[in-house]
Every structure is written in C-alpha cells, then in structure tokens.
Design a protein around this ligand. Structure first.
Ligand SMILES: Cc1ncc(COP(=O)(O)O)c(C=O)c1O
Length: 436
C-alpha cells in the first residue's frame, strides 16, 4: 500500500524526529528471520534484533500459531480475581530461567511498567516489614529505566528527563561506569569497581534505613552499552545486603540470552533481589513485561495482608494477557529447543571480533561489548547525536537496521545470525563509518 504524506502525519511517533521521518519515511512492511523488508521491497538486515526484542529472529511461525490459537480459544481474561493456565505456566517457565530463589513473577506489558512495578514492590515490601521509612531510590547516571514517571525519575539520560520537571523526590544517582581507562576493552573493564562505593556515601547521607532499592542495568544498554567493571556488581550487592537495600537488575535488554546466559545475573555471578524483564520474553511478538522477585519478598507482602483481600494494590488490565502468555511460552520453547542462548554464547566471540575490528577507523571513538551486545561509538559531529542519527539513516539505506543512541550504534543481532550475517554487519558499518 502506498503511503501519502497525509496519512503518515497523524501518527505521533515515539522517540523519533517526526518531521524528519515524515519527510523521509523509513517504513518496514514485512520481516522474516534476520531481515526486514521496506515498503519499496528492499531487504534490510536486522543488526539490533528489532529493538533488542527478536532474539529468535522475526516472524517465527510457532509464536504466530500459538497467539492465533489462544485468541480463538480464550482472547481475554481479567487477571484480577480470575486467571488462565498460561499465566501460571509462564511464571514457571520464567522462574526456571531466573537465578535460584527469584521464583515469583508479576506480569505487566512493557519494560517501563516492569520498572515502575518493581519500585512499588520494593516500597510495599519495606512497609510490610515495618520499614516504610525507606522512601529513597538509587539508580545511576546514564541509566535507562523506561519512560513511566518512576522509571523516568530513575533515568540518568538527560534528554529523557529534562522536559519533565522535578519527577520524583528522593532519587539519588550513582556515577556511571564509563571510564576512559577502560576504553576499547572487550568485556568487563578492570577499573571502576570502587564506583559502587557511591552507594555507601548515599547511606551516610540519607541514613542507614532510608533507601528502598538500587536499580541498575547489569550492562547499561540504551545509553550505548556500558559493561560493568570487574567487581562492581559484587560490591553493590555486598553494600545492599549490609544495609537491607533491595538490589534490582533491570534486565529488559540483558534478559533472555543477550549475555550468553538466561540473565546477566548468571553471567556476572551476582544475584539481585528483583529482576525486571520484557522485550525478548515474547521475542517481541506481543507486548509483555515481567518482574521476578525473591520468594521472601512475595511472602512478606502477601503474609502481611489480611486473608481474603488483595495483598498488593497494583496490576494492569492486560497483566498476563492470554495472547502475550501464549507468545512468551512459545518463545521460551524455541529458546529451549534450539538452544539459542548457547548459540548466542558461541557466536559472541565472532561477533565481538567483527565489532572490535572497527576500532582502526579514524571516526571510531570506542568499542564496547559483551555477549551478543556491542556499542560502536563514533566521534561526534556538529552536535552530540547528529552523526549517530545520520549513521542509522545511512545504514538503513545501505540495508542494515541499527538502533543508535547519541553517537553510538548499538548492535544486538538475533542469536540465529550466521557468521555471514555478522560479516555483512561489519562491512556495512565499516563502509558507512569510513565516510567520516
Ligand atoms: C533497561 C531498560 N529498562 C526499561 C526499558 C523500557 O522498556 P519498554 O520500552 O518496553 O517500556 C528499556 C527499553 O529499552 C530498557 O532498556
């Protein structure tokens, strides 16, 4: 179908230069496996798994069939006071992948909702154990925790905050861990574990029993891939444990194999109290988010309430939507049957070789990466982000879809990628960046 400018106009696009897009639309009309197709029939290789969503490749028939069957059988069930089997089966499926002990799962519809849900769980948990004075949250500079008010307040990316006023009071930001000493380090840098001690400063600033939770992305993704320095997450864990602060890993990007294990918590050997997830949970085929919590958190909140009344006054009309559950169950089955996390782990070396090989280009400032996630940072142009935006447009025109943030191209191929796909990503990036 040909699109006219008029019918592009009415859709107010998120995180997009609407004026630029509507002058020069970049529309996808079809996808399969590692590829998208544009409205003019051009094939575009997907370098970012859509938006870190489609880890098993696009348009998996098993997922489509499961969703179709679900919608023809039971299209909707309220999740308040009612349920359907898929939600319980999926909670089991998710808990089988999370680190031991994180085995109760709350469903929502996006990563942003998962983050705000986790904030409310943390507050409710402390209140239930008579520590309701813990009203502070700690996150980190350069963090991205979605776009709801809670997550925006946790966010550490200035453009995502500056238009929205004072947001929440009582959010403290740790320094980010992107250190010049770790430039061009593959995997975890050796410098910076002590940055976790900022948390101790906050404890000393606001009081030992005032902080509810610390939110971190194990690898900060949306800001341009910042891999944690060696020892940093362990140190955060140790301080949280010492002061009764909940540690939340926001694994919306890292979850479901991106770091080579089901969750980055396992890859990095650090177990948080809460994990937020979304995106690859359904391979992107249905909107869904989830929050996994330690048994003790669930039990504390549930057991503190009178029997016969809801224990936690939170939930969404579409929490555990049957079609989303069906998509997620089919996705987890694909991950399991095709051993896709192991496949991603095996491909990671080849992928990171290809990405780090770009460091000889004069315009490349830094390359960072872990597992199947890498950031290629180019030197800024006239203003920060202008070149990055130009680069994603150029790459699209050459046949490669890449998510950029500022001047960083964030590469996150699906785990079904072939070595030839990775080679092609490397060569298209090289040609486009070489022009600067
Ligand atoms: C770490 C993290 N948290 C939360 C979100 C928000 O997820 P959503 O866009 O599904 O609301 C994202 C999205 O990229 C993310 O990377």
């Amino acid at each position: 179908m040909e699109m006219t400018l008029e019918n592009l106009e009415r859709h107010w696009m998120p995180f997009t230069s609407n004026r630029e897009f509507k002058r020069e639309p970049r529309l996808f009309v079809r996808a399969s496996g590692m590829h998208y197709w544009t409205a003019t029939g051009r094939k575009v290789l997907d370098g970012s798994s859509g938006l870190f969503t489609s880890a098993a490749g696009h348009c998996r028939p098993e997922i489509a069939a499961a969703v179709a069957k679900q919608l023809q059988t039971l299209d909707f069930t309220p999740s308040f006071m009612r349920g359907h089997p898929g939600a319980f089966a999926l909670a089991d499926g998710v808990a089988a992948l999370t680190p031991q002990g994180l085995d109760h799962v709350f469903f929502c519809n996006s990563g942003s909702e998962a983050v705000d849900t986790a904030m409310k769980i943390a507050l409710a948990y402390h209140l239930a154990r008579n520590e309701g004075q813990r009203g502070y949250f700690v996150s980190r500079e350069r963090a991205y925790h979605g776009v709801n008010i809670g997550g925006t307040a946790l966010s550490g990316m200035v453009r995502n905050r500056e238009a929205f006023g004072a947001l929440l009071p009582g959010v403290l930001h740790l320094r980010h861990t992107l250190l010049p000493e770790n430039r061009l380090t593959r995997g975890m840098g050796s410098t910076g574990a002590e940055l976790a001690d900022d948390l101790l400063r906050f404890v000393n600033l606001v009081g030992e029993k005032r902080i509810a939770a610390v939110f971190v992305e194990p690898i900060a993704g949306s800001t341009g891939v910042i891999v944690p320095p060696r020892g940093y997450l362990e140190r955060l864990r140790e301080i949280c444990t010492r002061y009764g602060i909940l540690l939340v890993f926001d694994e919306v990007i890292c979850g479901f194999g991106r770091t080579g294990e089901p969750f980055a918590a396992t890859s990095f050997g650090v177990t948080p109290d809460i994990i937020t997830m979304a995106k690859a949970l359904t391979n992107g085929a249905q909107p869904m988010g989830a929050v996994a919590v330690r048994t003790g958190i669930y039990r504390t909140i549930v057991d503190a309430a009178p029997d016969g009344a809801p224990e936690f006054f939170h939930g969404y009309t579409y929490s555990a939507h049957p079609a989303a559950c069906a998509a997620a169950l089919a996705t987890l089955e694909i991950y399991r049957n095709e051993q896709l996390f192991a496949k991603g782990r095996e491909l990671s070396g080849y992928f990171l070789d290809a990405m780090f090989a770009l460091q000889d280009l004069p315009a490349v400032n830094d390359v960072r990466g872990f597992g199947m996630l890498a950031g290629i940072e180019i030197k800024p142009g006239k203003a920060p982000g202008v070149r990055g935006n130009e680069l994603q447009a150029k790459l699209f025109d050459r046949g490669l879809h890449v998510k950029t943030t500022g001047d960083v191209a964030i590469m996150a191929p699906a785990f079904i990628a072939s070595r030839a796909d990775i080679d092609l990503m490397g060569s298209m990036l090289r040609e486009a960046i070489a022009q600067y």
